[in-house]
Design a protein around this ligand. Structure first.
Ligand code: FE2
Length: 377
């Protein structure tokens, strides 16, 4: 347990409860440690903290339209590297062809997030059908391949040198957000047994980013059974029942779905918007002072961001002050929307992310200016 230099103090005109009953005409900004878990200060500003005239330099936020990326071969090892650091590598893969080989990732557990498409996923443990909105967690070393029946776009989120775990549920109990009984596992069914032929197959193994190829005179997905407590699992975002409070805007960390090494993966799913008159109705302004924040937009209308469509990504580096876009803030202030319909995947990393070189036109270089219109209250 950390012994923070931590004791509550207050000065000037302020509310007592974070994110509620703000002093008239003020804008709350949270400065916080440990990604919303640690010590925090809430400032009540006279102006929106994002109402800058100009913003230039390395702390710039970024927005990318990954829909514009081309198809990237029929191997996940040909996926487009997008961002990463020593703990996580994020790749974007668009494919419509069945893989003609198996892959095995020895660098870390792999989390697939299926943005679009459907098909079959084959692995050491059997077969499962996949569809859009699926998370598939593949333990490090598991062999797998896919056969898309519809063009498939996914994120591959590698937990480098680490293991995906589930978040601490604490006082929520084990069945909140999603019941572990909702986790699907592959089946060793007739279709799986049907692909166990004596045709030659190869396995391409990735270790330290380098590939090794192992050739077999048969399909090595030939297990006839298995037992143990290590397995591919799948959960769909439609099966996530998000936490919310009608009186308090919960921090994004409340939506943690998986925990990696020095990063978390959160899911924003449709939920009612806070109804209490004094409760904040939109995300609070904040600088997440210890974590980089990446959001991949999957489905729906993204209520706190203007001009963001499914398949896009925003990247807010640690320390970049942000919050709702002006239009969203105005809608929130009037409580004009009663619920969100958005699905998004957020990846918050403790250590800085590097963005790979991307083709021209993928990044929206005007994104930093999207906050500059002054909100009306
Ligand atoms: Fe944020």
């Amino acid at each position: 347990m950390k012994h923070y230099i931590r004791f509550p103090r207050a000065d000037g005109t302020h509310s007592r409860q974070a994110h509620a009953d703000l002093p008239e005409g003020t804008y709350e900004r949270e400065m916080g440690k440990e990604g919303f878990f640690g010590p925090a200060a809430h400032f009540h500003h006279k102006h929106p903290p994002t109402a800058w005239d100009s913003f230039a330099g390395a702390l710039n936020p970024h927005a990318y339209d990954l829909n514009k990326l081309p198809a990237s071969g029929n191997s996940p090892w040909e996926a487009t590297p997008f961002m990463g650091n020593g703990d996580v590598q994020i790749r974007h893969w668009k494919t419509d062809r069945a893989m003609d080989h198996l892959v095995r990732n020895q660098d870390g557990d792999e989390l697939l997030f299926i943005h679009d498409g459907e098909g079959e996923f084959y692995c050491d443990w059997g077969r499962l059908a996949y569809r859009d909105g699926d998370y598939i967690v593949i333990p490090r070393g598991g062999m797998w391949r896919i056969e898309p029946s519809a063009s498939t776009t996914m994120l591959l989120i590698e937990c480098t040198e680490g293991t995906y775990t589930m978040p601490e549920k604490g006082i929520l109990g084990p069945h909140a957000i999603f019941d572990p009984a909702m986790l699907d596992v592959p089946q060793m069914d007739a279709t799986f047994r049907g692909q166990q032929t004596d045709e030659a197959w190869k396995v391409v193994v990735k270790r330290l980013g380098r590939h090794s190829t192992i050739r077999y005179p048969f399909n090595p997905l030939d297990a006839v059974g298995w037992h143990g407590d290590l397995c591919v699992v799948r959960i769909n975002v439609r099966d996530i029942r998000p936490l919310m409070s009608h009186r308090y805007h919960l921090p994004p960390s409340a939506h943690t779905t998986f925990v990696g090494r020095n990063f978390i993966v959160c899911t924003f799913a449709p939920r009612p918007i806070e109804s209490d008159p004094g409760a904040l109705k939109v995300p609070f302004y904040h600088n997440n002072d210890d974590y980089d924040e990446v959001i991949f937009y999957h489905r729906g209308e993204f209520f706190s961001r203007d001009n963001i469509k499914p398949g896009m990504v925003t990247f807010h580096p640690c320390g970049f002050t942000h919050g709702p876009h002006p239009k969203a803030f105005a809608i929130g202030a009037k409580h004009a929307r009663k619920e969100t319909d958005e699905y998004a995947v957020m990846i918050d990393t403790r250590f800085p992310l590097e963005v790979a070189a991307l083709p021209e036109g993928i990044e929206n270089r005007d994104y930093v200016d999207s906050w500059t219109a002054r909100p009306t209250r």
